[in-house]
Design a protein around this ligand. Structure first.
Ligand code: TYM
Length: 329
């Protein structure tokens, strides 16, 4: 049976990029595959979260996973640091990763450029930890957004190297996955780039109606097309991209036609967009708030997930160590 695995870092709450790039796929996949979904708390340490905030962020994401529809009885839902085997495997796999290639990773270069005062070794070996997450459960399919494509390629490289070195096929080569189509990138509301936690351009699952409307109405636009069928600038395309994921196809077509005939009123488009986002996220928001009140339930979910994930991780770790030549005395 094919194995699916994916994770999200607990840095703040989940936004629409996380939802459409990853979480929505998790929910669909849980009934079709053997699934492992987790909270990548070790990954988030590269940016040194405040100790007082750390646990709360993890708890928020767990509640958001559940509120969005993940079933902990069906999928294995766990917190990365609860699986000590991950840290051990990470040490082993670091021996198959080379400094030059890690330095060339796009995400590393970007983070090092943005935060030159915090280019730590964890940041450099971030793709190795991610490969560890995937390979330790021998996952074949990894539902992620477009920004994670290179990391997936690197996981394949590490799997191949290990297999070749020891003449084994212990690790399958994982592929990035998005139900039926290309990996997606949800844009931010600021006219460029992608929606991100630290970019201050996101709509979060926990946002209330007023906040969502305010954010959408403030999204950057231009003065409108002056010629029929004119080229759409990126900031307008972004609004249509968002609309495509939250609205009905005929709604999108209606506004496209209005754009092409130069009759579009961005205020109307934004109002519709805000309404359709609210329709999707407000019921999730209500469930998040309810679930966060129930510490016992969250503890039970985390413990159940850790138990199931450790079993699978330990099995792979034992086999990998055997390949390397570790033996019992
Ligand atoms: P993270 O926490 O940055 O993002 C979590 C997931 O959300 C997707 N995503 C987006 N998709 C589309 N448009 C966007 N604007 C957008 N923003 C975020 C990401 O592609 C990702 O799928 N390294 C990972 C976490 C991780 C992981 C793993 C993922 C750790 N180990 C193993 C898969 C498998 C990360 O930082 O994602």
């Amino acid at each position: 049976m094919e194995i699916v695995l994916s994770g999200i870092r607990p840095t703040g709450n989940l936004h629409l990029g996380n939802y459409f790039g990853a979480l929505r796929n998790f929910i669909k996949m849980q009934y079709e595959y053997k699934c492992y979904f987790f909270i990548a708390d070790l990954h988030s340490l590269t940016t040194h979260p405040k100790p007082d905030d750390f646990h709360g962020s993890i708890k928020n994401i767990l509640a958001e996973y559940l509120a969005a529809g993940l079933d902990p009885e069906v999928a294995t839902l766990f917190i990365q640091s609860h699986i000590p085997e991950v840290s051990e495997m990470y040490v082993l796999l670091n021996m198959f990763a080379y400094k030059g290639e890690l330095e060339r990773t796009v995400s590393f270069k970007e983070k090092a450029r943005k935060h030159p005062d915090n280019v730590n070794a964890g940041l450099l070996t971030y793709p190795v930890l991610m490969a560890t997450d995937i390979l330790i459960h021998r996952a074949n399919k990894v539902p992620v957004g477009k920004d994670q494509e290179q990391h997936l390629e690197y996981s394949r490289i590490i799997a191949r190297r290990f297999n070749n070195m020891y003449g084994t096929s212990i690790f399958p080569e994982p592929e990035a996955f998005n139900f039926g189509s290309d990996l997606i990138k949800i844009p931010g509301l600021d006219g460029n780039g992608k929606m991100g936690k630290s970019e201050n351009n996101g709509i979060f699952l926990i946002d209330d109606e007023k906040t969502i409307c305010k954010k959408v109405m403030k999204a950057v636009t231009d003065s409108g097309p002056t010629k029929p069928d004119s080229h759409m600038p990126e900031m307008i395309q972004n609004l249509f991209t968002l609309m495509q994921v939250v609205s009905a196809p005929d709604t999108v077509q209606y506004f496209r036609d209005k754009y092409n005939s130069c009759e579009i009123r961005y205020g109307d488009l934004k109002k519709q967009l805000a309404e359709d986002i609210c329709k999707l996220t407000l019921p999730i928001r209500e469930r998040i708030i309810e679930i966060l009140k129930d510490d016992d339930y969250l503890r039970r979910v985390a413990n159940l997930g850790a138990e199931k994930a450790r079993e699978s991780a330990l099995k792979t770790l034992r086999e990998a160590k055997k390949c390397i030549g570790f033996k019992e005395f």
